[in-house]
Design a protein around this ligand. Structure first.
Ligand SMILES: CC(C)(COP(=O)(O)OP(=O)(O)OC[C@H]1O[C@@H](n2cnc3c(N)ncnc32)[C@H](O)[C@@H]1OP(=O)(O)O)[C@@H](O)C(=O)NCCC(=O)NCCS
Length: 142
């Protein structure tokens, strides 16, 4: 990710999630965390924000713009994150809303498994939704 990507990223974020991060949150993440942009031609189509500290990694945000979803780009982006962290991290964690099936499929395909559920963690217009915590343990990866 480069700083010039942040406007496009904040715009995609508004389209794809009901509780979007604002531009300032991406600016702060750009300074504090690890960030990848996915670019096609000169267009930003997706992004991932993740931490990598003391052998533990967490994906804080990952998304593909709505017009580019369903073409395998999310899988490529997640694989790029895993490739980046897997030599240093022992574990990768993330949190996903229980009704976010595309994201859960994406993560399961990459080998992440559900490790616990936080009941009623998200407030939504349809009422509270559980958060599923998923993880991959790189120590046991083939
Ligand atoms: C989650 C997200 C990043 C996936 O990106 P994508 O580019 O559409 O993903 P891919 O095309 O690589 O597909 C990944 C898997 O999800 C599946 N999938 C895609 N859309 C789906 C849908 N609407 N319902 C169920 N599964 C779906 C695909 O079939 C694929 O699995 P398969 O290879 O077994 O067929 C994208 O949907 C997104 O940005 N969502 C909004 C933001 C978000 O929810 N981020 C995650 C927060 S935890």
């Amino acid at each position: 990710m480069v700083e010039g990507d942040l406007d496009a990223i904040a715009e995609i974020e508004q389209q794809v999630t009901p509780h979007p991060w604002n531009r300032k949150q991406f600016e702060d993440s750009f300074l504090k965390h690890h960030c990848l942009s996915m670019v096609l031609g000169d267009q930003v189509v997706g992004y991932a924000v993740f931490t990598l500290v003391a052998g533990e990694s967490e994906i804080l945000n990952i998304a593909i713009g709505s017009r580019w979803q369903g073409r395998g780009l999310g899988s490529q982006l997640l694989n790029a994150v895993i490739e980046r962290i897997s030599r240093e991290a022992e574990h990768l964690f993330l949190e996903v809303r229980a009704d976010n099936y595309p994201a859960q499929t994406l993560y399961q395909n990459a080998g992440l498994v559900e490790i616990c559920v936080r009941r009623n963690y998200y407030r939504t217009a349809d009422g509270p939704k559980d958060a599923i915590i998923m993880a991959i343990d790189f120590c046991f990866r083939p």
